[in-house]
Write a protein that binds this ligand. Structure first.
Ligand code: ZN
Length: 154
């Protein structure tokens, strides 16, 4: 099915991405489509370099700078999520709805936790937490949860 511009599902997906990018003030390009498609197809939350290596198999002439720009465009349009990493390269996630992660301390690889997102998690930690923080002048707008550890080597 790849490479068939008449495929209706592919066209609909391309239209969705084109509209979302253009609404955010970005141009739609085939490179951005490839980067987006790749991020939505993998569970590993790759770095920009990882995206670059994968997308190069479809677009051999794409540059790392173009991949960085595509990731910036997609993230700022709210189409993908950028996961900052204090000690290494940022990773990118094709899922934009709230969810949790676990991260391998050896490889840096990030995956989704197989549990539903809980908007009431803070209440369960302490029902007064949000009000307590508000009393200190801090307004809670959300939370994240990331487990860290490592995979045992076989
Ligand atoms: Zn994720």
């Amino acid at each position: 099915m790849r490479g068939n511009p008449q495929n209706p599902m592919t066209s609909a997906a391309h239209d969705h991405l084109r509209r979302a990018l253009e609404q955010a003030g970005w141009r739609y390009t085939r490179q951005r489509q490839e980067v987006y498609d790749y991020l939505c197809s993998v569970a590993c939350h790759p770095t920009a370099e990882g995206v670059y290596r994968a997308v190069r198999s479809h677009i051999p002439k794409i540059s790392l700078a173009t991949v960085y720009k595509a990731l910036e465009a997609l993230a700022s349009a709210g189409l993908v999520t950028k996961l900052p990493d204090v000690s290494g390269a940022a990773r990118f996630d094709g899922r934009t709805e709230a969810h949790y992660h676990f991260r391998c301390a050896r490889t840096g690889q990030v995956q989704d936790l197989p549990v539903p997102y809980s908007p009431n998690l803070l209440d369960r930690l302490d029902p007064a937490l949000i009000d307590t923080l508000r009393g200190q002048g801090f307004h809670v707008t959300g939370h994240s949860l990331e487990l860290f550890g490592y995979f045992e080597r076989g």
